[in-house]
Design a binder for this molecule. Sequence first.
Ligand SMILES: Cc1ncc(COP(=O)(O)O)c(C=O)c1O
Length: 390
Amino acid sequence: MESARVASFGTSVFSEFSRLAALHGAVNLGQGFPDFDGPKEIAQAAIDAINGGVNQYAVGQGAPVLRAAIAAHSQRFYGQVLDPASEIGVTSGATEAIFDAVQAFTNPGDEVVLFEPFYDSYLASVQLAQAVPRFVRLRAPDTAHAQWWLDDAELEAAFTPRTKLVIVNTPHNPTGKLFTRAELERIGELTRKAGAVLLSDEVYEHLVFDAGKHVRPATLPGFKDFTLTISSGGKSFSFTGWKIGWHLGRAELVTAVQKVHQWVTFCSGAPFQVAIAKALELPDSYFQGFVQSYTQKRDFLTAALNTAGFEVLPCEGTYFLMARTDRHRRAGEDDVAFCRRLLVDHGIATIPTSGFHSAEHAVHVHGMARFAFCKTEAVLQAAADRLSKL
Ligand SMILES: Cc1ncc(COP(=O)(O)O)c(C=O)c1O
């Protein structure tokens, strides 16, 4: 009964590990959502909007108050000037924007460049559009590279006359990498040459640590023509369940995505749009405190993992740590088998990273696992206690 497009979709690794975590009472460092709420005043803004009668369909393109707040936020953090009337659209989370954009910019058989590991909705969206993924591997840090890196020849070879879309994600889930300006310039150069669209998923834009700087590709010289930026309120304000996402860029790009959006969901939750508009207006001190608190969580979990014999790779952004598991992995165990054993025998839920790869490249990360640190101190402490007994 299922269409061929859908028949290949199994249960995602996230669903499987969430189910197992609940079944075994594991400390859950798996799926990437906070186990705490965002600011009380923002939750109250949603409640006030509901009580105040903001309960019917919102304007399809996004509530004007939210689009105005997105424009002001883009100007405040990136000096990016946008027209809220034509250069911003709202969707049900970044996930819908990604789906809509892939539909909007590809015909069946067109090619989409994806960087592995990738957020798994990219590949599903490409498959649903009957487009063809072309993978470029991010390579793990090694003696010559302090951070995750790209092989330039492999990058260039991924572009063909059929390339219509390139999806980049910075800060990057699951590696924690910040793409450098030089890397983005090179990707942009190839995208422009191909006449393709660059989709930049920046949902972790406010989770950048130490001296790192998030570069918004759309603000690089010449990028405006072909770059669509996607973000959402879920990660930055700890309300992932509200699913308020947005996309911004040149009017023609936004209009193309909105054409799909009108037939997918038409609009996203009206009262949550009002509340996320308020969140985007929070003072700089909110964003500073947010990074500070996540820096502590990252450092705490890094120390616990290193002490337990994992090798934690550098994390410049997001709320994920990638760690090498070789010290604990048994002969012949791949990442899924290892993470399942860590969960069932030791009560620690993580995400095996092969789920973020094409089948042919999964082997490169069989020795790694992803640990989420968007958790309360008590949960991170419980994880550290269990790790210390490994
Ligand atoms: C890279 C990336 N993009 C998009 C999303 C989804 O964002 P939203 O919840 O706004 O749909 C996630 C969530 O984990 C993500 O990691």
